[in-house]
Design a protein around this ligand. Structure first.
Ligand code: SF4
Length: 252
């Protein structure tokens, strides 16, 4: 039977802080739970499946209330609509983020369909390793923002071919690939990722995102970044260096 509830960490309105849609206004639904182990994880609290859902009261404010998990599709859509209504016509889309939204494919499929029926666009932010789950939801997804996680950035690495399989499915809609770069990344693993992306579609937009410092993770120096962009651009048609902008903007 379809699972039509899911644990949610928070619901809030802010601006997209990464990638090609940087700066557009979105309502974010952050799912609880994650099966990966990124060294640079900046949302460790959302990895816990248990706990309440934090709901922002006014777009952009620090005022949050709590509600019990798990939430139904309709309950969650109601929370989204309250923020969208307060924000007005300028809300660009609804971002499904995490944690990992694709741990709940039945729920994401139903939620995305409902959001579309209500006239919203849906933007899925995912770690990029659950191709079968993506295939089950993609009919109602307008953008897929997928990660390609390099082995050195993970405690338990995911085989690179897994991200290639995911990208193949993501081709059905608008998609781009984000690669987070730390000063531990090697040129070899980065170019291996680019080769796999090229085998799917060399036109894929690839965002090289220097890590926002967290724990022991530090970004590469700027000379290395520029060199990597040049090397990646020999394999791919559209490679851009775009850092996270949440902290600069001082928003969530
Ligand atoms: S996939 Fe996201 S939530 Fe999971 S460990 Fe990585 S950064 Fe954290």
């Amino acid at each position: 039977m379809a699972r039509l509830t899911a644990p949610i960490y928070e619901v809030f309105c802010s601006v997209q802080g990464e990638g090609p849609l940087l700066g557009v206004c979105q309502v974010f639904i952050r799912f609880r739970g994650c099966d990966l182990t990124c060294r640079y994880c900046d949302t460790p609290a959302a990895r816990a499946v248990c706990g309440p859902c934090h709901v922002q009261q006014v777009p952009g404010s620090e005022e949050f209330t709590r509600c019990d998990n798990p939430l139904s599709v309709e309950a969650l859509r109601g929370l989204v609509e309250e923020l969208v209504t307060t924000r007005g016509e300028t809300c660009h889309s609804i971002s499904l983020t995490g944690g990992e939204p694709l741990l709940y494919p039945d729920f994401v499929a139903a939620l995305s369909e409902r959001l579309h029926q209500a006239g919203h666009k849906v933007y899925l932010e995912t770690a990029g390793h659950l191709a079968q789950a993506l295939n089950a939801v993609i009919n109602n997804i307008d953008w897929v923002a997928m990660d390609f996680k390099l082995p050195s950035t993970m405690v338990e690495p995911v085989p690179a071919v897994v991200f290639g399989e995911f990208l193949q499915v993501a081709q059905q809609t608008n998609c781009f690939v984000k690669i987070v770069l730390t000063d531990s990344v090697t040129t070899k693993e980065l170019l291996e990722a680019c080769r796999i992306i090229t085998q799917v579609d060399r036109d894929t937009l690839v965002v090289l995102q220097p890590v926002t410092p967290v724990g022991d993770c530090r970004p590469p120096d700027s000379a290395t970044l520029l060199q990597w962009q040049q090397l990646c651009s020999e394999l791919l048609d559209d490679v851009r260096i775009i850092p996270q902008c949440h902290r600069i903007l001082q928003v969530k």
